[in-house]
Design a protein around this ligand. Sequence first.
Ligand SMILES: [Cu+2]
Length: 731
Amino acid sequence: MSYIYLPWNASNARQRDAERARQNRAEIVRELSWGRVSRRDLIKMGLFTGAGMLARVGGLNPFVATASARSDDNPTGAPRSPLFGAKPFTQPMPRLDVLPRNPLSGLTPYPEAYANQTLMPVDPLLGGGYGPVEGRPPGTVWAHQRWDEFPPDVCVEATQAPATTNNRYDPQVASSLNSGIDPSQALPLRFHPNLPTQNPSSVWTFNGTIPPKLVQARYGEPILFRHHNGLPADVRQNGGFGRHTISTHEHNGHHGAENDGFTGAYFFPNQFYDYHWPIVLAGHYSVNTGATERMASTPDGGGGLINVPGDWHETMSTHWFHDHMFSFTSQNVYKGNAAMFNIYSGLDRGNEAINDGVNLRLPSGSTKDWGNVDYDVNLMLADKAFDQNGQLTFDIFNFDGFLGDVMTTNLAYNPYFEVERRKYRFRILNASVSRFFKVALADASGRAQPIIQIANDGNLLPAPVTLMALDEQGIAERYDIVIDFSNYLVGDKLYLVNLCEHEDGTKPADDLSMAGALSGTSPDSCVGPFLEFRIVRNPEKPDVSQVPAVMIPNPDLSNIPVARERTFVFGRGADQPGTNPITAFVGPWGISTDGGETLDADYGRISAAPKFGTREVWHLVNDGGGWDHPIHIHFEEGQILARNGSLANVSQAERGRKDVYRLRPDGTITLTMQFRDWGGMFMEHCHNTVHEDNAMLLRWEINGGGEPFLRPLPTPIPTPQGVTFDDPTST
Ligand SMILES: [Cu+2]
């Protein structure tokens, strides 16, 4: 197999063939997204095999020889995205757009513990009649848990909307810290000034705008996130991909399940959904319950600390939130439903100057008491693809994964970022559909430079790790790093370089050397430098930030018995015993639980039910060498106990807590987690979102033994006219 995109030097005839084939595939994507065909239909029609492979038909399949070059050495390939003359490192990288934090008093209707069932007229395209204004399922099970105990202090509101111009960009930093970008200038939705403005149907983001959004939170300050669905009622107004129903997952929020963005708790155009994020430390009800431990704390707004209950070893920092719509997650996240979420604490305060013995003083800034982002920069990485008109497009090569051929950072094609000669923190998120990255830092002459990794997923590591290249970074993983630009001179340039080469969406094909990645010879155009740092000045104030030798040690679990072990095997050739067309999907990918059959996703089926308040050990097994799976377990952080049977195989950069576990080909991860504080239904799935959608996902829920959580929980069946419920099944 060769790289999914055509070589640059492909003949015109071959490029025409490839474009015709791409258009044929785009029709399949469109029909799936409109719900006019199902995956089952595609198999029946002979367009897909049961193993999820596109039929070997010329003029459709990118892996089959072109009409103009009949040789297996010349598969059709996918046409390269046109760049309209855009050159790398010619546009500034925009900092994320910070969503305002408002008082709750401005919110109409006022939020309630129970879903708001006030009726409104439903668009005839959605069946007409009347339906509730809020899409959250009604009743006790989906009421906000402990609403009175954690009344929201802050409201954040956003609308999922078609692409439009940003007239209210708020990066929360001066223009001098944002590569000179003037936030008062209108920002059209385009990936580079040379690339066309995106059509409203091509890109759907938070508020319909770029840059991607950032929400800032602190422990002990509950947030009400009201998410409006402003997408077209007509399912066909989607530019050929993406579904207008959404469910918003705060990735890895330690919240009640009603706020987890459960894949089956989606809501419709014109509705909203109130997500209640209490922002508590795990162990809130079992560890440090008297809030006497100063390390478990949050900024008080005036230079001091407020203690909070829970285990400070569970403090989290870098999250993101994104769509989790059942079987359409890949398209919706790719289309723009992804934002970042920084959580601040006494330890990770976002203020580098306060010296109180708790604050780790990581690079950030010092103007505000907490949450300074002057020197704390979110980087959202994602590969994209464009059609011949330069509009965002989603291709379907097979059900192994989707690759773009254009690299973006904060949704900007290969930008530059101006920095001062001092330490910076970068929070790197892999927001791709199927692509893994491997990030390294190069100087202008191509020599690898040291990077200090300080966090993995949401969690600061026990100790910083200095690396000449980061590990492979799977989809949804976050790696926080520090780069010390004081080691260089004003006028110097450095580059973040992707070393990880893909041929298709199954797994990384190769990790290149720095020289190999910089040589420009990889057929994968997302390999190589993707972000240029320009060192433009000395800092005005001395850099007082630190990278302490000890950050957040892991929680001590030695006295907590292991209640149970479970084994999940991630493989192909899954069966779907479920018959409910709403909750059950088919696809080649599936999960076997504790030696059972490999099953396709059915969100009405409960595959595991750990007992509330216990600790378990889970084994995640990759049933094959031809692919990798970054497995995400919702709700609680885990510690990796072993990779392929041994702790010695776990790198120092993975020795903290995690929420995404890359299995690697034929690999196994053993991890331990606890089930505390909240109840309800959660998920475990592959975060190669094409695998997830086809149908490598399962539901597990917390068994409260009847109290305080009901069990088994009824399965929500959303409709625009209101949510009904089904009884769950179990494996
Ligand atoms: Cu996978």
